[in-house]
Design a protein around this ligand. Structure first.
Ligand SMILES: [Fe+2]
Ligand SMILES: [Fe+2]
Length: 481
């Protein structure tokens, strides 16, 4: 009962804010569009338009609430609403000013597509675009029709159709390999290629006139350029203010020049190489099971970052056959090993890394036993030891990213220690890793499905030969000759 009352109050609060936003959006837009008229004579427009705008904006709220759920990357409802509504508000206000003082074709709807898609994903990007198109249709077309019924022209429709095609093209391109620069130039190119549509609609509205066609095309070009400018200026601001990890930001954090990765490479080169190899596997698997490969790569790159605190205690960093564990009792060794999880979390928090990456570092061993030191301890005592003392004092994977890092981490380590060219042997190793972790219950909280495990097994077996590839021994080849 208490929960339903809470939900009702939450909905009332959100809808009230949306109503205020609808009123502001409507009055500002009408004031801009009706600048040549006595604005208060059109006061009767405000109420119906505010209601229409409110209804359109409310559909976005319910879409976010009911359909935009990503259990793996949770962005709060408040953050999503603030991001979407503020971006749409900016786009409508800028479009209204351009409509009024420059050209009806110069709409900046594509800025909504680019921003929302980059910040909150493709699906919400598409829906926000449709909402913005709906708002443009309601406010701009209605206003221009009511205010100047005699000279209502089709420029605005042309501009909208043009913006729609542009938005769909952007959505098609976003999600592939891209950089900020490629996306910017790509959007400008799409804008350029779709401008003739604005010219075509100008012909419908005004007949064949070089000046009006030129104006419509120029207006559309300016609209495209301004959309890109809004994207370039506002995206870093939104990334910082709302602490949202876009693929751009995730790519930057995984760059070899990133200070934390540099430190890992210098202090623990073996661990760094292991992380890079795990990242190759994790990225391919993430792609295959529909996770964000950029987020997956960041999780893999930083999962063992805690090892750089005492790198010499981990096999991959040991030189000249020196193993400090030879001089330690198993209980101390286990502590040295398992502490890399806790140390990793501390380091990642200090560097303000994404929550998913911190979780992957904390959960990538789950609460599993360290078998080597448990068996070592058991071999030097006659008593039955409690394996609980030889476990990672951490949490089982709660996200698919953590589970994926756990699987790829183990497979990479085993297959690096015992490389094989035989596909069936490789498959047996991967299947054993997954089934042993399943039997331990490590994936109980991770949302992984049987289908995911099957896809991951196939993908690792396909990718691992290129990760642990062999090279030709040129000396032997010469001898044979
Ligand atoms: Fe680890
Ligand atoms: Fe690892």
């Amino acid at each position: 009962m208490k929960t339903s009352a809470k939900i009702i109050w939450r909905d009332v609060a959100y809808l009230s804010v949306i109503l205020v936003l609808s009123f502001l959006m409507t009055t500002f837009s009408v004031a801009c569009i009706a600048k040549d008229y006595y604005i208060f004579s059109y006061y009767e427009l405000y109420l119906p338009l505010t209601v229409i705008v409110f209804c359109i904006l409310t559909t976005l709220y319910y879409y976010i609430l009911k359909f935009d759920k990503h259990p793996e990357e949770s962005v709060s409802l408040l953050k999503k609403c603030l991001i979407c509504y503020s971006i749409i508000f900016i786009a409508i206000i800028v479009s209204a000013v351009l409509y009024s003082y420059f050209s009806p074709s110069a709409l900046v709807i594509s800025s909504v597509t680019m921003m929302v898609t980059m910040l909150l994903g493709k699906r919400l990007g598409v829906y926000s675009t449709f909402v913005t198109i709906g708002l443009t249709l309601a406010i701009f077309v209605t206003c221009s029709y009511v205010l100047d019924i005699e000279h209502f022209n089709l420029d605005i429709i042309g501009g909208m159709l043009n913006a729609m095609i542009m938005c769909m093209c952007i959505i098609f391109f976003v999600g592939r390999e891209y950089t900020r620069l490629r996306l910017t130039w790509g959007t400008l190119l799409i804008g350029l290629l779709t401008t003739p549509i604005a010219g075509l609609y100008s012909i419908f509205g005004h007949g064949v006139s070089a000046v009006t066609i030129g104006n419509a095309i120029f207006g559309r070009l300016v609209g495209s350029m301004l959309s890109v400018s809004i994207f370039i200026v506002f995206l870093p601001l939104y990334e910082a203010v709302f602490a949202v990890w876009t693929n751009f930001k995730l790519a930057e954090v995984c760059s070899p020049s990133q200070p934390l990765l540099k430190e890992l490479r210098e202090k623990a080169p073996g661990t760094y190489n292991h992380c890079v190899s795990v990242a190759h596997l994790v990225m391919s698997c993430a792609d295959a099971i529909d996770l964000n490969p950029y987020m997956a790569r960041a999780c893999a790159y930083f999962h063992d970052v805690g090892k750089m605190k005492h790198p010499e205690y981990f096999t991959e960093n040991q030189k000249d056959g020196k193993n400090p564990h030879d001089d330690l009792i198993p209980e101390v060794s286990v502590n040295m090993i398992t502490n890399h999880v806790k140390d990793g979390v501390t380091i990642l928090k200090e560097h303000h890394m994404p929550e998913t990456v911190i979780k992957a570092a904390y959960e990538h061993h789950g609460d599993a036993t360290v078998p080597y030191f448990y068996m070592k301890a058991q071999s030097i005592t006659e008593d039955d030891l409690d394996s609980y003392q030889y476990r990672y004092n951490a949490q089982k994977p709660t996200t698919k990213y953590s589970a994926l890092v756990m699987i790829c981490d183990m497979c990479e380590a085993i297959l690096r220690a015992k490389p094989t060219d035989d596909y069936e042997q490789m498959r047996a190793v991967v299947s054993n890793v997954i089934s042993s972790k399943l039997n331990e219950g490590q994936f109980n909280d991770s949302n992984m499905t049987v289908k995911d495990f099957a896809i991951i097994t196939d993908t690792i077996c396909d990718v691992i030969p290129s990760v642990l590839h062999k090279r030709v021994d040129y000396d032997k080849a010469k001898e044979r000759r």
